[in-house]
Design a protein around this ligand. Structure first.
Ligand SMILES: Nc1ccn([C@@H]2O[C@H](COP(=O)(O)OP(=O)(O)OP(=O)(O)O)[C@@H](O)[C@H]2O)c(=O)n1
Ligand SMILES: C[C@](O)(CO)[C@H](O)COP(=O)(O)O
Length: 225
């Protein structure tokens, strides 16, 4: 089946508190977004890659691509106000109804070929494949201003890629009410789909706050050894 990847990099990175959106920051000699793009190209050089960018930063990406001699073929499109809107723009750019599409955060540069493969295998078999890992910390819930322990084995941390049969995820996004979904599995679930989890990877972090830059840089160096 034909494979696509939508790499969403349309955010402003407000929690990173950096003027330049975090996906363009350089780690281990390359912009975060370029590490992410390379991970998908390395997994399958035939896959169609779509990069979603902030409205105000298509020039930034063009300059970075030149500077880092990026020759990976990919299409770029404009993002929206929320992650949901950016994914929807990405999906609308795909004319095909048949195929599989991985949706991945541009801010997760450490995704491995094994994790990408697991999500595609599950999507081919079950309609979707969502990367997830067990929690390492204990959890508490807030109830009426008070906190109380919960059983952490009842919860999982959800990552990307989140990979789907193209027709199913396009339909789910078209039917979705509002844009407050924090991930794509929730959109598919709201359309009545059973969600199929596959093993993610603790190294597949989402670069979100400043200390994540230090962790991601160390992991990237370690991966290249
Ligand atoms: N309107 C948006 C918002 C987010 N994203 C992308 O979705 C991924 C996960 O979002 P997050 O880590 O929250 O990124 P930001 O929204 O940029 O960060 P923040 O919430 O700190 O502002 C990122 O790769 C981000 O670029 C997007 O494509 N379009
Ligand atoms: C999609 C995601 O990375 C799965 O963990 C996450 O939900 C994105 O959340 P954010 O608030 O947009 O960073």
């Amino acid at each position: 089946m034909k494979k696509y990847a939508i790499i969403v990099a349309g955010g402003s990175g407000s929690r990173m508190q950096s003027e330049l959106p975090k996906q363009f920051l350089v780690l281990s000699g390359k912009p975060i977004l370029l590490h992410t793009l390379e991970a998908f190209h390395l997994f399958d050089s035939e896959m169609e890659l779509i990069v979603v960018l902030p409205e105000t930063h298509s020039d930034t990406w063009e300059l970075l691509k030149k500077e880092h001699q990026c020759n990976i073929p990919h299409m770029t499109i404009q993002g929206g106000d929320t992650r949901f809107d950016s994914v929807q723009n990405g999906l609308s750019s795909i004319i095909d109804q048949e195929g599989l599409v991985a949706i991945h955060d541009g801010a997760r540069p450490l995704v491995s070929p094994q994790v990408i493969a697991r999500t595609f295998e599950s999507a081919e078999k079950n309609g979707n494949g969502i990367a997830a890992v067990a929690l390492k910390d204990s959890l508490r819930t807030m109830v009426a201003g008070e906190n109380q322990a919960v059983d952490r084995s009842s919860y999982l941390a959800i990552q990307t890629p989140q990979t789907f049969r193209l027709d199913l995820i396009k339909l789910a996004f078209d039917k979705a009410q509002g844009n407050a979904f924090t991930d794509d599995a929730s959109v598919a679930e709201a359309d009545g789909r059973k969600i199929h989890l596959v093993e993610g990877d603790y190294a597949n972090i989402k670069v979100t706050t400043p200390e994540d830059l230090v962790i991601a840089e160390a992991l990237l160096k370690h991966h290249k050894q």
